[in-house]
Design a protein around this ligand. Sequence first.
Ligand SMILES: Nc1ncnc2c1ncn2[C@@H]1O[C@H](COP(=O)(O)OP(=O)(O)OP(=O)(O)O)[C@@H](O)[C@H]1O
Ligand SMILES: [Mg+2]
Length: 269
Amino acid sequence: MPHTNGKSGNNRRKRKFDGENDSSFKKILREKRLMKKRKQELKQKEENMLDEVQDKYQEMLKKSSRTFHSFEDFPLSWKTLEGLKENEYVKPTEIQRDTIAYSLTGSDVVGAAKTGSGKTLALVIPVLEALWRAKWSPEYGLGALVISPTRELALQTFSTINAVGKHHGFSCGLVIGGSEVAFERNRISGVNIIVCTPGRLLQHMDENEQMNCDCLQVLVLDEADRMLDMGFSKQLNSIICNLPAERQTLLFSATQTRNVKDLSRVCTN
Ligand SMILES: Nc1ncnc2c1ncn2[C@@H]1O[C@H](COP(=O)(O)OP(=O)(O)OP(=O)(O)O)[C@@H](O)[C@H]1O
Ligand SMILES: [Mg+2]
């Protein structure tokens, strides 16, 4: 006997299927709307933070560095705070506590602290925050340059920038001896943060017309004492001559030798 109500088994299945489709479609739409709303809220929060950040820095400078028990006590962007939390960095080390307040305000900083004291984060946080304050976007090109004495140290800093800076969306590139220079040459113009060794950077400055430092906001010299011990003094001076004078400089070193003091006089204000 054929169905008389016009609702064949097939149609029933079809309607049921359509119903499921309909509700999952609505669910996707709802999720999309929520995601859009969340993005707008975060954007607004970001704008508000950027408006207030200079006032917050002034308040921060009035406090003693001893009162910064956690990274949340610093006026950092939520993107950096989230990156720190995800990597289980909660309390600043002494060198971080003592320098971050000054480096956040855009001042030049010379930091000396022994090996293993946490100098990498002390440079990574202000670099990320400087570009965030400047509303840096990928197409602006090079905004920060971190010079390290060896490939291994450069790689370590590069990893920390990528891990802690994950939510910022800045592109970060490694420019170190031993990797293919042609590969670096073609990609260098699109990079926001370069972590490099002095010799290879100078090679790009001399030979690569795509290497443009005109908009550089922050220069970091990491392990400055080691770079000088390794005989990089001439290269560093040539690099510094190629950079815009209007920039922030952060110099970190494990020791404060006479040569380090001379270098810091040349490159900081
Ligand atoms: N605030 C922090 N909380 C927990 N661990 C940290 C913190 N800061 C740094 N570290 C860890 O301490 C170790 C040493 O840090 P880092 O390499 O930055 O020191 P450094 O002063 O640069 O040493 P070096 O002179 O050898 O380069 C790393 O394993 C790092 O992950
Ligand atoms: Mg270090």
